[in-house]
Ligand binder design. Sequence first.
Ligand code: NCD
Ligand code: ZN
Length: 355
Amino acid sequence: MQTLTIRQPDDWHLHLRDAATLAAVLPYTARVFARAVVMPNLRPPVTTVEQAHAYRDRIMAALPPGLAFEPLMTLYLTGATTPAQIDAAHASDYVHAVKLYPSRATTNSDAGVRSLAECRAVLARMERLDLPLLVHGELARADVDVFDRERLFLDEVLAPLQRDFPGLRIVLEHVTTRDAVQYVEEARGRVAATITAHHLLYNRNAMFLGADGAAGMRPHFYCLPVLKREGHRAALVAAATGGNARFFLGTDSAPHPRAEKESACGCAGCFTAPLALEMYAQAFEQAGALDRLEGFASNHGADFYGLPRNSGTITLRRQVPPALPPITAQGQEIAALPVHDAAWSVDAVTPVAGG
Ligand code: NCD
Ligand code: ZN
C-alpha cells in the first residue's frame, strides 16, 4: 500500500499555548486536523466561559488564511468553579468539556484541584447537563513513585468518581499503562481514553538512550504521564489498533521552548503536532493495523463527544516526510520531538466546507 486515504481526523487533546507560540504551532495542527480539543492550562488558566471565548478568538485570529479549523474549547476546573459556570459552558456552542488537573500533576497545574470533594456540586451539574470531564489521571502525591501515578489514580480517584457520578462522561487523557487500558475496557460507566502518538511509538528507554543504544539522557522524550515499560506500550498499541470505540486520538502535543526542555530542571511535554498523524500511521503500520487508523483518528472521538464526523478526507503517502524547519516564537526555538524513522507523510487534505 503506497497511499492511504481516510476521513479527516480530529485531535482530542492539544496544547496550543498563546500569543507568538500559538501563531507558530497552530498551522501544523490545522493543516491536518479539522478540530482539536484545546487544553486550558495557560498562565493564568482558562477558567471561565468568557476567557474561553477570548482564547478562541485569539486562536481564530492566528489561523492562516485558507485553513478551516474549529477549536473545541475547555475550562480548567478549580476549587472555585461554580455550577453557574457549568451552565454557561453548556449554553455556549464552543466550550465542549472541563479539564481536571490534579494540583501539581503536570505543567501549569498549580491552580488545579487538590481534592474532588471541593467540586461535587460542579460535577453533579456536569453529569446532569452531560458536559464531559477530561481527566489528567495521575495521583501526584510526593510519596507515590512517578511511574505508578496513573495506576494508583484509577483506584483512588477515578473509580470513586465514577461510582459517585455514574452518568458523568469522562475522558481519561493520554493513557500510558496497561492498567488504564484495562480500566477503560472494563468500566461500566461512560469513560473513554485518548492515546498519544509518542506513547504508541516509544517506551521509557527512549528517555535514557543516546544514538545507537548508547547511554544518554533525552529530555525531549519527557512528557507526563511519563513513558512507561515496553509491556505498557504494547497494551496501548493493542487498545488503539483494536477497534474499540472507547479509544481515540489525542496528541497531547505540548510545545515548550527548547531552552526549557534542555535545562537542569526541564519541563514535561512533547511537541508532536508537525508529524503527529505521520507518527500514528507508523505505529498502526507496525501493528499491521493501518485499516484501523481511520476509526481511531477520525470516528471514535467525534462519536464519543456527540459531534458529527468530518466529511473531508486526508491522504497519507508512504514517503519519508521532509525535514522540518526550526520552529521559533519570538526568537526562541520550540523543541520538537525528534522523529527519525517516519515512513508516512501527509500528502493532501480535501476538506469539505462545513465538514
Ligand atoms: C503538558 C503541557 O506541557 O502543558 N505536558 C505534558 O507533559 N503532557 C500538560 C499535560 O497534558 O500534562
Ligand atoms: Zn496535555
